[in-house]
Ligand binder design. Structure first.
Ligand code: PCA
Length: 224
């Protein structure tokens, strides 16, 4: 019988945590969760993708995310969210310390001008190589852009909260994180992208993120 001296040690494989949200507002599906589900179990250069759903709820979403980071110790966390009205995958650059909800969340809460983390810094940059990801997605033939705002609803709340968690030392040393907004899927509204293209685009983005420890410099104009 083989004796494992470290039965409780984390598994050797590195985890990429990929989250999506449940549907919110008047939508009955959320492509962010369908994309995450489609990529669950994918192997990416020695990493394994673990997909999980977050509730579109202030507070609860971050409690769930903190539990997931604790359980899986992901070297990289990429949260996905739906941004109806956008026409391209959006690599979010920054999360800001504000909740300012245009519509109620899925429990009816609608915070106005409250902080995500009282006394927290004004903002956190995502620590993903967003330009390398952008280029990889565009090379895959999927529309992509860098976004300078994740809004002020639950997605920004989760991006800010994720980066705050990582800044506080959650997850393994050097763990990186960030957020990608995705357009409506076909049938939800206009503009929209086919789900299979968005899955392909996020897959390419994850590969690029794993392979690029730091960001690449792009020529001016290449982000638009
Ligand atoms: N999009 C929302 C929250 C959940 C989601 O998928 C947002 O952009 O804040």
């Amino acid at each position: 019988m083989i004796h494992d001296p470290h039965p409780l040690s984390p598994r050797a494989e590195r985890v990429i945590l990929l989250t999506g949200f449940d549907p919110f507002g008047s939508d009955t599906l959320n492509p962010s969760w369908l994309i995450a589900q489609a990529l669950h179990g994918q192997r990416i250069a020695g990493h394994t993708v673990v997909a999980a759903q977050l509730p579109t709820v202030f507070g609860q979403s971050l409690h769930r995310l903190a539990a997931l980071v604790q359980a899986h110790q992901p070297v990289m966390t990429v949260c996905l969210g739906q941004a109806g009205g956008r026409g391209a995958l959006s690599m979010e650059r920054i999360g800001i310390n504000i909740n300012d909800a245009r519509i109620p969340d899925n429990t009816g809460m609608q915070p106005i001008d409250t902080p995500v983390v009282p006394e927290g810094p004004a903002a956190y940059f995502a620590s993903l190589p967003i330009k390398a990801m952008l280029r990889a997605v565009q090379r895959a033939g999927v529309p992509c852009e860098v976004s300078q705002t994740a809004g002020t609803f639950v997605c920004n709340h989760v991006l800010y909260g994720l980066m705050h968690l990582l800044a506080q030392g959650a997850g393994p040393a050097g763990a990186r994180g960030g957020f990608v907004h995705v357009p409506w899927a076909s049938g939800q509204g206009t503009p929209h992208l086919p789900l299979r293209d968005m899955v392909r685009g996020i897959h390419a983005a994850l590969w690029a993120a794993v392979l690029a420890p730091q960001d690449i410099a792009l020529q001016a104009g290449a982000t638009h």
